[in-house]
Design a protein around this ligand. Structure first.
Ligand code: GLU
Length: 462
């Protein structure tokens, strides 16, 4: 059997977004499933809008997602001679012709006159484009792996430009010359390219080349069923990285935008996806992008990390935020990570959720104050401070014992001590287990914060 060869062919005119990333990912999965090759081609013929910076961005985003390519990158701009050579071949066969657009027509509103066929000898020093001759009758048909049989009437196309007068090939021509050169067996791309496919097939046939198979992927919509955009929280791939989405989570999420492993599983390890991936299981219906789902998948992948791995992954976020600065901070953060592991959706959440471990509590949650800082609470907190001061070992267990025995003695529920204490030492009403977090904060810090809260309560009274 022929080796499977697929490619991702981005234009470096913008960032890599969800749609492009999913296209790249399906190509990659397909290649890995079939033991084939995944190639990268940079379609940089739009010189004005393309940039090296965007190319670098796309490559960085692909590698971050784990979408490695198997051969040297092909650049269209390096191949202008080749497109020209092939266009000439079509002219010689009578399947393409030179055409000329008078300059006064070029920028005319409404398009001006079409490029009309000319004899190149008579237009020697004029800029000439090359047009492909499309038959006036008949149909061009193909069997799309996802969409099924598709038929186009040739008469609907009209001749189309394949090389512009500046020598730059058009997309529909370059893509065929390149896919043939790269030995592409399957073209997997967005369904917005379906109308281009018959033109490309006509070019393949004109050369007598094998036509690859096509698989056109369904669109991606926002939850409101409108075209996906920033409004839906969809951003470029590296922006997801920068808020603390794990690459394996985004990979999992993107893979499920249109494909499923055949059951209702939402978390599918990459190795298994490679084994199960099948273009026949890609749906025709538009996929819906749901940011909450991405966050949920991310939290699942976060929990699968060991504490140490997660510490390494989260550290850059808290360092960048200026929370963790010293070696002592890092040691403390190492202990904070397991406490918050179940609570974060994004690595970035570590910044907010761990803030009070590294900064003084400057204010108390307002609702918490109303609910938990009620009359008589200072007395309870004072007694707690006295008992905590006597502790030699300030660990989870001994703190819990102190709190529970104090509650017993006072004849109140433990909650009546736990909630105000949490508010006093963290400023918040929610968070990880109180005793664990107090142990991480340490005895001196807890007592300092409790005393501060007692003072705050007393001042408020007077
Ligand atoms: N440069 C084209 C795009 O980004 C490639 C389309 C194709 O895969 O043929 O849409």
């Amino acid at each position: 059997m022929k080796e499977v060869r697929v490619r991702f062919a981005p234009s470096p005119t913008g960032y890599l977004h969800v749609g492009g990333a999913r296209t790249a990912l399906y190509n990659w999965l397909f290649a890995r499933n079939r033991g084939g090759k995944f190639l990268l081609r940079i379609e940089n013929t739009d010189v004005k809008r393309s940039s090296k910076e965007m190319e670098e961005y796309i490559k960085e985003a692909m590698l971050w997602l784990g979408l490695n390519w198997d051969e040297d990158i092909v650049y269209q701009l390096d191949r202008l001679e080749i497109y020209r050579k092939y266009a000439n071949e079509l002219i010689e066969k009578g399947l393409a012709y030179y055409c000329y657009t008078p300059p006064e027509e070029l920028n005319k509103e409404g398009g001006g006159v079409e490029c009309f066929e000319v004899n190149p000898d008579e237009y020697r020093d004029k800029p000439l484009a090359i047009k492909f001759r499309v038959p006036n009758e008949g149909t061009t048909e193909f069997d799309d792996i996802i969409r099924g049989h598709i038929t186009f009437q040739n008469k609907d196309h009209g001749d189309f430009v394949i090389v512009r007068s500046d020598g730059i090939p058009t997309y529909n021509f370059a893509v065929v010359v390149d896919d043939h050169y790269m030995g592409i067996t399957h073209v997997i791309r967005g369904e917005d390219h379906i109308p281009n496919t018959p033109k490309q097939i006509l070019v393949y046939r004109a050369f007598g080349w094998d036509v690859p198979e096509f698989a056109h992927l369904p669109m991606i919509l926002g939850p409101d069923k409108k075209r996906l955009s920033k409004r839906h929280g969809a951003t470029s791939v590296l922006e997801y990285r920068d808020i603390g989405i794990l690459p394996e989570a985004l990979f999992n999420f993107l893979a499920l935008l249109g494909w499923s492993p055949g059951d209702n599983r939402e978390i599918v390890p990459k190795e298994e996806m490679i084994k199960l991936f099948d273009l026949k299981r890609v749906g025709k219906r538009a996929a819906v992008f749901d940011l909450d789902k991405l966050y949920w998948i991310n939290s699942e992948y976060i929990r699968m990390k060991s504490d140490e791995e997660l510490y390494e992954l989260a550290l850059p976020f808290v360092e960048k935020a200026g929370l963790v600065k010293t070696e002592a901070d890092r040691e403390k953060f190492r202990k904070v990570v397991p406490l918050l592991k179940e609570r974060v959706k994004l690595l970035r959440d570590f910044v907010d959720l761990s803030e009070y471990f590294f900064r003084d509590v400057e204010s108390y949650d307002e609702k918490g104050v109303k609910k938990h800082f009620k009359a008589g609470v200072e007395e309870r907190l004072k007694l707690l401070v006295e008992r905590l001061e006597k502790l030699d070992r300030f660990d989870e267990k001994s703190i819990e014992e102190v709190v529970r025995s104090l509650a017993d003695e006072l004849g109140v529920s433990a909650a009546k001590i736990i909630h105000p204490t949490r508010l006093a030492v963290t400023g918040r009403t929610f968070g990880p287990g109180l005793f664990e977090l107090m142990a991480v904060l340490g005895k001196d810090e807890c007592i300092k914060r409790l005393k501060h809260a007692i003072k705050w309560l007393e001042e408020r009274k007077s």
